[in-house]
Design a protein around this ligand. Structure first.
Ligand SMILES: Cc1cc2nc3c(=O)[nH]c(=O)nc-3n(C[C@H](O)[C@H](O)[C@H](O)COP(=O)(O)OP(=O)(O)OC[C@H]3O[C@@H](n4cnc5c(N)ncnc54)[C@H](O)[C@@H]3O)c2cc1C
Length: 392
């Protein structure tokens, strides 16, 4: 079969891979992206798409803010429609987490995030339908919102193509080729592609690909469900995204009077899954559990109707942060996966970081060093100032 050459090969056509393809093409790099099935077939096509800035770690808070500036103005900055809706985001905690929330809000403000600290009466004024009896306080981000995973991936891919990138679907990478300690390309179901740089952006399949060249990246793949409820007709609220750290779940507004509901509990990662074979629909038990939590927080939702729902995959690392960086001892091999359920919003910045790593240039002001693979062996895990859930 024919051999094709590029400066950089990207494995994976999710939001991470397509954002990197766009950034590289923008810099005039000859880039080929290989996707084994279709764009957004992985975690990206099943995302809830929340773009929040609530982080307890300076690096991720800065990344989230920088990424938000792209999401909210995507058509002008990149080009294309990503289905952006500015919903606002409200994060509520119990009294014992209030000091932690305040510390995180202070950190967020230090990096320039617009966030308000609300007491229970202010929360009630913002969202009169919420039960606030157990709430100590909340952080409210008016600028946060949601975008659509498949639309965003296709928008990035289209812009990358416009700039000369080759985006190939139905091409599965079966081996990573190396010679004398450096990457030379990949073997695929459609022949060999050669390049001095290969980016592994294969999400839940990323660890498997890294293992092909001897790297054991500590990533567990787990199944995460989303319940979909139809809000009652007499409940006219268009609520913001609500992260309820007291009960460990979230509510995300969707068009058509729908609300998407999912868990924020770390124990969700125990639902291990084979990325090639897992139940892609929602379990009725999960629907009922989410309905109970929802009703406790929003009593009027007792009249909501259960609609469809789905399940997708997280690629979870020990510290719930990704691996982004060159892999030691194999020149030209870069990994970018392990986002642990939080990688959608970050993609505009991850793409910049990957283009920097691949070219040796420095355009992104945020250093990906904390996310290096070596941190696991060094015991230098990424930690937040104050954590109340898996949200980082
Ligand atoms: C239910 C759910 C809700 C979520 N909610 C949010 C949220 O609100 N906000 C947020 O920021 N994040 C959220 N996430 C996480 C976010 O969606 C992911 O972190 C992100 O989409 C991962 O993108 P990716 O491109 O790294 O990986 P993926 O989208 O998984 O893409 C990897 C791609 O690689 C391809 N691939 C794999 N192996 C090969 C191979 N050998 N050859 C070629 N191609 C290959 C796959 O087919 C796949 O398309 C959520 C995830 C889920 C599942």
């Amino acid at each position: 079969m024919a051999q094709q050459t590029a400066d950089v090969i990207i494995i994976g056509g999710g939001i991470t891979g397509t954002s990197a393809a766009y950034q590289l093409a923008l810099r005039g790099v000859r880039v080929t992206l290989l996707e084994k099935s279709y764009l957004a077939a992985g975690g990206t096509g099943r995302t809830v798409g929340l773009v929040r800035q609530h982080y307890s770690n300076e690096t991720t808070a800065r990344m989230a803010l920088r990424a938000l500036q792209v999401w909210r103005d995507f058509d002008r900055v990149v080009g294309g429609d990503v289905g952006w809706v500015q919903t606002g985001a409200l994060f509520i905690v119990g009294p014992h987490d209030l000091d932690g929330l305040k510390a995180n809000v202070a950190l967020q403000r230090e990096v320039g995030i617009r966030v308000e600290l609300l007491d229970p009466p202010a929360i009630q004024a913002l969202a009169p339908y919420l039960y606030v009896g157990d709430i100590g306080g909340a952080a409210y981000e008016p600028d946060s919102g949601c975008a659509d995973g498949a639309m965003a991936t296709n928008a990035y891919a289209q812009r990358a193509r416009d700039l000369g990138a080759s985006i190939e679907q139905g091409v599965e990478v079966t081996a990573i080729c190396t010679e004398a300690g450096r990457v030379t390309g990949v073997q695929t179901t459609q022949g060999t592609y050669s390049a001095p740089v290969v980016i592994n952006a294969a999400g839940p399949w990323g660890a498997r690909l890294a293992r092909m060249v001897g790297f054991e990246v500590p990533v567990e793949v787990s199944r995460h469900q989303v319940a979909v409820f139809q809000r009652p007709a007499d409940l006219s609220m268009q609520h913001p995204f609500i992260g309820d750290f007291i009960q460990g779940f979230y509510l995300r507004p969707e068009t058509g009077g729908l609300t998407l509901v999912g868990s924020l509990e770390a124990s969700e990662a125990e639902n291990k899954a084979d990325p090639d074979r897992y139940a892609e629909t929602v379990d009725m038990d999960f629907n009922l559990e989410m309905a109970e939590l929802t009703e406790r927080r929003v009593p009027a939702m007792r009249d909501a109707e259960i609609r469809k729902g789905w399940a997708g995959l997280y690629d979870v690392t020990p510290d719930w942060h990704p691996v982004i960086g060159h892999m030691p001892g194999l020149e030209g091999f870069i990994c970018a996966f392990g986002w642990s359920g939080a990688g959608f919003k970050m993609a505009p910045v991850t793409g910049e970081m990957l283009a920097d790593l691949a070219t040796g240039e420095r355009h992104c002001p945020i250093d990906p060093h904390p996310f290096r693979f070596e941190r696991f062996a060094e015991g230098d895990l990424v930690r937040g100032r104050y954590a109340y859930s898996i949200m980082g």
